[in-house]
Design a protein around this ligand. Sequence first.
Ligand code: FAD
Length: 447
Amino acid sequence: MDMKNGGESMPRPRIVIVGGGFGGLATAKALKNTPADVFLIDRNNHHLFQPLLYQVATSVLGPSQIGSPIRAILRSNKNTIVILGEVTGVDVEGKRVFVSDADRQGAPLEYDYLILATGATHSYFGHNEFEKYAPGLKNLAGAVTIRNRILQAFEQAEAEEDPARHRDLLTFVLVGAGPTGVEMSSAIAVLVRSTLKSEFRRIDPASARIVLVDAAPRVLGTFSEDLSRAAYNRLRKLGVEVRLGHSVDHIDAEGVVVAGERIPSKTVIWTAGVAPSLAGKWLNAETDHAGRVRVQSDLTVPGHPEIFVIGDTATLDHNGKPLPGVAQVAMQQGRYSGKLIHRRITGGAAPAPFSYFDKGNMAIVGKGFAVLQSGKIRVSGIAAWAAWAAVHLQFLAQSNLRVSVFLQWVWTFLTNHRGSRLIVNYAGSENQKAEADTIAKAAVSSK
Ligand SMILES: Cc1cc2nc3c(=O)[nH]c(=O)nc-3n(C[C@H](O)[C@H](O)[C@H](O)COP(=O)(O)OP(=O)(O)OC[C@H]3O[C@@H](n4cnc5c(N)ncnc54)[C@H](O)[C@@H]3O)c2cc1C
């Protein structure tokens, strides 16, 4: 992979991108025609469209409708090698990252340019013990776990002879009233009041209690007050109980405690806080209070023009405020870092400092209703919902997903039927494992 330069063979620069999310993919695409060897490393083999994770958790879509294999997306990037592996550290002086996979631990990979686009995970605000009882929504495994729990609760309630237990089984508590909490709680409300309505005999799914809790004084705190109020009213109309102004004191197997009151529930879902990846620790770089790496206006780390940190794991001020952790920021930063590196390698002029173009914010609140805020434009209702649907379809990574998601949405809208209502226990139940064990032992002893 050398390139000729005036008759001399020059090694091509090596660019290592860590993370195949919104930021990392955008960088790789921007480097498509760069005379360099690009390595994109991700611990998953797929790019995940996180904004639709809640639809997997609430059975509207199946996992394969919001994830695409990274190597399929980058198949026409002839200069890019995709590696399935987990980066565990960076040797900043030696210019290498360490990659672990099923066969190798900490294998070094050298770079000339490094882009860290490792995103964020959810934060339990120092209460990691809550995680066991309140799974969060960050990846496909989490979404399927939540889907299993929601569907399982109805199955258990139907099988339960004692009606006194139905109430606990059919109470769903969501902690965090940002976009994810609002979207999830309204989607569960639609699920119980329409899709499941006529399928059970002993229980009435529509009687399910859905409680959305947040310490903040209003839902969708990053939106304007009027849109926040519109979303609140819509949630109430859908039958969601909204508890604001109090954080959750405690979560256990029996439910949550909010402002001293216990809400018994078998299904608690964590939709609050995010924590950035370990990129700041790997680089030993300056971070903000949350751990996001402080980058310069060209998205590099101070003192290291060859290291870029982008997306959810970086922080950069814009109009006096840190840029939000949204997909648009990550994509625009990915495109910018790719362009900057391309120009450096090809001898072009450096681009102007990174500047974010805010295309606006949206959140969906049940069927046929969303809120949209873009500059001075504020819209709520079905028009915002149509815009939400169009934008989300446009940003899905592959055209086959666009078609499949569009058809599923139309079908769900018209019939209230959901696409993926399977309870899938990938590990198998304890009874299944014991049965397999007994069969295996019987087979050995009969030989
Ligand atoms: C439930 C949910 C809903 C959201 N809804 C919206 C929305 O409606 N609109 C919006 O704009 N934004 C939304 N967001 C936020 C948006 O998804 C993020 O801002 C965006 O994904 C950030 O892009 P990124 O490239 O920084 O990180 P990500 O897209 O998270 O990608 C990070 C990638 O890095 C990989 N990775 C991490 N660590 C390692 C490692 N050590 N080694 C190898 N690979 C690693 C991960 O596997 C992942 O593929 C939502 C987020 C969530 C969780």
